[in-house]
Design a protein around this ligand. Structure first.
Ligand code: HT7
Ligand code: ZN
Length: 852
């Protein structure tokens, strides 16, 4: 397959300042007429190249005259043009109902909608489908009025009317030039929750959230989040919305979370629909974050877009950083940071140490859809965060102002962004740029030696090799450091930002009154792995005394991790230090309940595996369960108290209520782990009486992990109650796929044959197959049936939706981390996938790179 390389970028030869599109919409057969005003850029004699995929031109006109000197190069349409400015018209026919890839124009239920990022527009009509060609769009849609009463597109509505034969039409105009990937239209029978937002300059914006009529009562949270995001972007970044309308449409079939099309965001319904009965606290938070993320793209992505897809993190990393900061401002910033770091370690760190590792600004790709990764998004956000830390808040804001004003209306690069940080921040970031080009997670070993009032902090860094990058240079690591007195717990130094950018460095602290305990990488100021020799006593001390809540959490995690790694390797470990530290945290009434819930959670099985030379999933599971059991038993009274503290309170959605629910459900897990005799009735009682999905799903999870009569009863009740709600049914599949029971591999195989399971819906596919791939012990069953199951599903899914199939492959690519038997079985499945005739380039790229 063709490899696209960053170094091969060249500016477009033809520009398209204006385009008019005319859609004659129908689910089976849609006609698309396109009228492009094209202008030659610079002196060259190259013909016009228009990208296309899956259609053939029915007509080609140049300046109003039908021509036949065009040709196809692969799927691209090549048209020779003599002058510097022409009008080119084409007509194609497409079949939305048969579009199972969900890229381009497709049917989701009764609606028609589009997804164009990254290269979906070429499946709609012929056009230079690249992000540096910005056009002003005029869009006319006509459709059957009864079936598609609502017709939406980008920008503002300009006119509409009826047509003979029960049809109607609408025209929309977007005054802002945009690349193809931001184009959108929706046609359907939709109901709307309307709101208004008055911008800081006093303009009124009409907001609309469009859904199936029955879902209307579940849209208030998303609308509130949208208004909060609009106000936040004005306050924090000075960014105001620029059109008169802002519409969001929710659809059930969507490859991703949502899409930031100009003025017409299209969302996976899971990131819009919520009420307490069907959505968990996690869902509510995710909805607010994704609504904000897509809204923030209006500036970081739409007004300033990307020059080419290698710059994807320019918009995605920056926008994730912006949505993380927004969420941090809505509740506990510390808990939000903990959640984000947990997510980074769960998804990005393994990517960075595996066969699919790539820099935040990649050098090449076969299929760009494979690069919507945790590295581009989440590591990219950490890069922005580090620059914000280095610059400080005032200079960072000056730098983003400069970036937005300098590049408004253009397609920019990561380099452009960093140059603005340098210029407004008055700093030299030349060596910092390595973060964009060098893959891999830096490892920093730290130690502190105490010499009676004088301490030396020793730092050494190492960036492991990654595919195509055997040798690495030292990175610029902004590390926040503070020392505490081991006896009094008092700070011995103020917090200091160390810019560590060499292979090794020593820093001396003088005049210390006591033995120092080192708190480092506070707030997770750099996305690195810290290797320290701090003893359990120091970690326990920091978990109780550090004044940075993140560092406090981190110390507890390290203590737990050290204990679990020792237990996995040696078969047993002393649990006392962890039990005491957890008791201490649980007993500290001054702490936010949400923080406590995070702090007492054990590291995940996969994160424990990441610390080992060879992952032994069964030993890890056993070690973790043993520690959970001991914690459950030793602190039984405290878990009961935490459980009871959150019991019987009527549902409310606010940070305090969420914190209580979270801790209560963590406590339920520990009560279950202790083997308490009443756990099944306790969990079943919670399941039956819950007035919200957070508590109901937590109770179901506890029951699904066990072997009680209540298990089957709860699963049946849940299924029957929510049989009509696809998003909740996804939870039913997911909970079973994540079960810790021994029979999970066969249960998952049986669920794949369930009448409600379908590979055609990405949410459903992810709820079973994606969740199973994340279940470390079940997926890695020693007989290899987990691997075989995943490969079978991916091969089947590839024929329907290659993008979704490719996203689910990475668990198979982790074979190097396992014993030779498992590694051999995984490789055999990867080889089986690569050998499939007519495999998509999406799945081929992921599978073949995983074998290298
Ligand atoms: N910018 C959006 C990316 C996206 C996407 C990418 C590939 C295939 C389908 C997709 N749907 C949306 C989402 C975002 O980051 O905001
Ligand atoms: Zn985004």
């Amino acid at each position: 397959p063709h490899v696209t390389r960053r170094e091969d970028y060249s500016p477009p030869e033809w520009l398209v300042p204006e385009v008019a599109l005319d859609f004659d919409l129908d689910a089976e057969r849609t006609r698309v007429k396109a009228r492009l005003e094209v202008t030659r850029r610079g002196a060259h004699d190259a013909p016009l190249r228009l990208n296309g995929a899956g259609q053939a031109p029915l007509a080609v006109l140049v300046d109003g005259v039908a021509v036949n000197d065009w040709r196809l190069d692969g799927e691209d349409l090549i048209i020779p043009l003599a002058g510097g400015r022409h009008v080119v018209e084409t007509e194609v026919e497409i079949a939305p109902e048969r579009n199972t890839q969900l890229m381009g124009l497709y049917a989701s239920g009764e609606n028609l909608c589009t997804q164009c990022e990254a290269e979906g527009f070429r499946r709609i009509t012929y056009f230079p489908d690249r992000p540096d060609v910005l056009a002003r769009y005029r869009v006319r849609m006509s459709a059957d009025k009864a079936r598609f009463p609502v017709l939406l597109a980008n920008g503002d509505p300009v006119a509409s009317g009826d047509l003979p034969g029960g049809r109607h039409w609408a025209e929309w105009h977007d005054p802002f030039p945009k690349p193809t990937y931001l184009f959108a239209l929706v046609a359907g029978d939709l109901a709307v929750n309307r709101g208004t937002f008055v911008t800081q300059s006093g303009r009124e914006v009409a907001l609309g959230i469009w859904v199936r009529r029955a879902d209307l009562p579940r849209t208030d949270h998303a609308l509130d989040a949208l208004k909060a995001a609009m106000a936040w972007d004005e306050r924090v970044y000075g960014r105001e919305y620029d059109l008169d309308v802002f519409n969001i449409v929710a659809v059930d079939d969507f490859n991703f979370g949502a899409m930031e099309n100009k003025g017409l965001n299209i969302f996976n319904s899971r990131y819009i629909l919520a009420d307490p009965d069907t959505a968990t606290d996690y869902d509510y938070d995710a909805i607010a974050a994704v609504v904000a993320h897509e809204y923030f793209h209006n500036w970081s992505g739409n007004r300033v877009t990307c020059r080419d897809w290698f710059q994807l993190s320019l918009k995605e990393g920056f926008t994730v950083y912006r949505d993380q900061s927004f969420s941090a401002d809505q509740g506990s910033a510390a808990v939000k940071r903990i959640e984000d770091v947990r997510g980074l370690r769960a998804s990005q760190f393994p990517e960075d140490s595996g066969p699919l590792a790539h820099p935040v600004r990649p050098e090449s790709y076969i299929e760009i859809s494979n690069f919507y990764t945790a590295t581009i998004y989440n590591k990219g956000a950490e890069l922005i965060r580090m620059m914000a830390t280095i610059l400080g808040p005032a200079k960072f804001r000056a730098a983003t102002d400069l970036y937005f004003s300098r590049f408004d209306g253009t397609a920019a690069t990561c380099e452009d962004f960093v140059a603005c940080m340098e210029e407004a921040g008055e700093v030299d970031l030349s060596r910092f740029r390595l973060w964009y080009s060098q893959a891999g997670t830096p490892r920093v070993s730290v130690s502190i030696s105490d010499n009676g009032g004088r301490a030396t902090l020793r730092l050494a860094q190492h960036v492991p090799p990654t595919p195509g990058q055997p040798d690495k240079q030292p990175m610029v690591l902004p590390l926040k450091v503070k020392l505490f007195g081991a006896e009094t717990g008092r700070p011995l130094t103020p917090e200091r930002l160390v810019l560590f950018d060499t292979l090794s460095e020593s820093i001396t602290f003088e005049g210390l009154a006591e033995r120092p305990v080192m708190s480092i990488n506070r707030g997770f100021s750099a996305p690195v792995i810290i290797e320290s020799d701090r003893p359990a006593t120091d970690l326990a001390f920091l978990s109780a005394h550090d004044d940075d809540p993140f560092a406090r959490y981190e110390a507890m995690q390290q203590l737990m991790l050290d204990t679990l790694v020792a237990a996995t390797v040696e078969g047993r470990a002393d649990h006392r230090a962890v039990i005491d530290a957890v008791a201490n945290t649980l007993g500290d009434a001054t702490l936010d309940r949400a923080f406590v819930a995070e702090a007492v959670l054990l590291p995940s099985e996969s994160f424990i595996g990441d610390q080992l030379v060879t992952v032994d999933p069964d030993a890890i599971f056993a070690a973790r369960e043993a520690l959970r059991r001991d914690l459950g038993t030793a602190l039984a009274a405290q878990w009961r108290a935490a459980y009871d503290e959150g019991d019987g309170r009527p549902y409310a959605y606010n940070p305090a209520a969420k914190g209580l629910r979270r801790l209560r459900n963590v406590a339920l897990g520990y009560i279950a782990a202790s083997g308490a005799a009443d756990i099944a009735p306790l969990a079943f009682r919670q399941f039956e009486r819950a007035d919200n999905m957070t508590d109901r799903q937590a109770a179901l999870t506890t029951l699904v992990n066990g072997d009680w009569d209540e298990r089957a009863a709860a699963l049946d009740i849940f299924y029957n109650r929510y049989a009509d709600n696809p998003l909740v049914l996804d939870k039913w599949f997911q909970t079973q796929a994540l079960s810790t029971r021994d029979d999970t591999p066969s249960a998952v195989a049986a669920l794949a044959a369930h009448p409600d399971f379908t590979l055609a819906n990405p949410n459903r596919a992810r709820s079973l197959i994606g969740a199973f791939g994340a279940n470390q012990r079940a997926f890695n069953a020693i007989d290899g049936r987990g691997y075989r199951f995943l490969a079978d599903q991916l091969i089947a899914l590839d024929r329907i939706n290659p993008q979704t199939a490719a996203k689910l492959l990475p668990p198979l690519g982790r074979w190097r981390r396992f014993d030779t038997r498992r590694a051999g079985l995984m490789r055999a499945e990867l080889e089986r996938i690569v050998a499939v005739p007519e495999l998509s380039k999406d799945l081929f790229e992921q599978a073949s790179k995983s074998l290298e």
